[in-house]
Write a protein of this length. Structure first.
Length: 433
């Protein structure tokens, strides 16, 4: 280590953010995620057996994804290489992969490559990782706040364990505050008096985000003047310093589901104003915008369907626009789709139809495809029962049974009188007499 690097690291010990200074070095000091790091749990066993495989840490911000990766590397004595998918390009990725290969080739040392925000890598970058993960040249640990099943290539995903990290519990957050107050890396050398009300407010309004909690606490302590040598932190101080996203919205709790439900029900109820309100609430609360877009795609077919066939096109276009543009601009695309869906004529005929058909299939009643509808290459085809080709008849239609005999009288699709579906209904009635 050269003099300048040493000087920088010495400075960082006192100037780095509190969350970084307090970062634990072992599982024993790690706070939260007991379902993964508790005694007998997966990560505890992985580290103990030194059988670390590539994995994805999926969870909200500030819950310990980076810290866990570092702890695993330290405990298993593996080289730790860290990059961010936000700032790294394909060239840099190939360089660190080559570094990992050299570590194994010349030093007989395995490397853990930690990629933060791995969902930001494009397909080419993710494909570049595949052979190194597959051959075991590198142990890949990716961190993401986005659903990996939607964001990570299936080929890469199939070679990785997906571990879900959860928002920190109140007990975990209180432990972090206590550590910050007592540890010399925190405020152990200062006389800080934090009221119980301040602790409660900080815990309740940190959204389970440990980094947010510690950063807000640090601002409170460093910006408050000492009185007779004591820094007093009360609830008012914390309220002024807390980086609140939305104290009434929990992405993993009831408010998340209630707001999403109200959003979809407002679209279903043809209320564009309410739809925009709940859309704004979700966006401002840090909701995953792709979750919102996917919900609208579902609503376009469940609640609107053929009453306005363009609804699905608009919803899918909004999802694609979100991927291309990103927030904050993509809020306009989401708003356009939400208002279009809310104002569109409604029908749940397709939704009811497919559910009824599925219910019949689940009953397990034997159904036989009519002989004339079977594939012509089938060895048991009866050529005496000919299939009537609709295009050979007037209006490209001929009356013919398509359902199996066991279900020949069933009717699954009943078009409504709304929007374009009214035309469909009229067409079918005229066609079939």
């Amino acid at each position: 280590m050269d003099l300048f690097t040493m000087n920088m690291e010495n400075n960082l010990k006192s100037t780095a953010p509190l969350a970084n200074r307090l970062r634990p070095k072992s599982l024993e000091d790690f706070v939260g995620q007991s379902h993964l790091v508790g005694e007998g749990k997966y990560l505890k066993r992985v580290i103990k057996s030194d059988r670390v495989s590539s994995m994805i840490f999926y969870g909200p911000p500030g819950v310990g994804k980076t810290t866990l990766a570092e702890i695993i590397a330290n405990a298993t004595k593996k080289e730790f290489i860290q990059i961010s998918a936000v700032t790294s390009n394909l060239k840099e990725l190939r360089e660190v992969l080559a570094e990992a290969e050299n570590n194994l080739k010349y030093d007989n040392r395995n490397s853990i490559l930690f990629i933060d925000e791995i969902h930001r890598f494009n397909k080419t970058q993710q494909d570049a990782l595949l052979p190194f993960v597959e051959k075991g040249i590198v142990i890949l640990i990716g961190a993401t706040t986005e659903n990996p099943y939607f964001e990570i290539n299936k080929a890469l995903l199939s070679r990785m364990q997906i571990l879900t990290l959860e928002s920190l519990e109140e007990e975990d957050l209180r432990k972090l505050i206590k550590r910050a107050m007592e540890d010399e890396r925190g405020f152990g050398n200062l006389k800080v008096n934090i009221s119980e009300g301040a602790v409660n407010y900080l815990v309740k309004n940190s959204s389970g985000d440990g980094r947010n909690l510690l950063n807000s606490l640090e601002i409170a302590v460093l910006s408050t003047d000492a009185v007779e040598g004591v820094i007093n932190i009360d609830e008012d101080v914390i309220r002024d310093c807390l980086q609140v996203k939305n104290m009434f919205y929990d992405r993993d709790g009831n408010e998340h589901y209630d707001t999403a439900s109200a959003f979809i029900k407002s679209i279903r109820g043809s209320d564009p104003d309410a739809a925009l309100f709940y859309l704004a609430k979700m966006l401002e609360s840090g909701e995953d915008p792709k979750f919102i877009a996917r919900r609208m795609i579902i609503s376009a077919s469940e609640d609107i369907s053929n009453a306005d066939p363009m609804a699905l096109t608009v919803a899918v276009a909004a999802f694609n626009a979100l991927e291309v543009v990103g927030l904050p601009e993509a809020r306009l695309n989401l708003a356009q789709a939400a208002t279009y869906l809310a104002c569109a004529p409604k029908s749940n005929a397709s939704y009811i139809g497919i559910n009824c058909a599925i219910d019949d299939i689940k009953k397990g009643i034997k159904s036989t495809v009519p002989m004339y509808l079977r594939d012509t290459h089938s060895p048991d085809i009866d050529n005496k029962q000919g299939y009537k080709y609709p295009h050979n008849y007037e209006n490209n239609y001929v009356k013919q049974q398509y359902l199996p005999d066991e279900y020949k009288d069933r009717k699954y699709y009943n078009p409504s009188n709304n929007g374009y579906e009214k035309k469909i209904k009229s067409y079918l009635e005229k066609l079939k007499g």
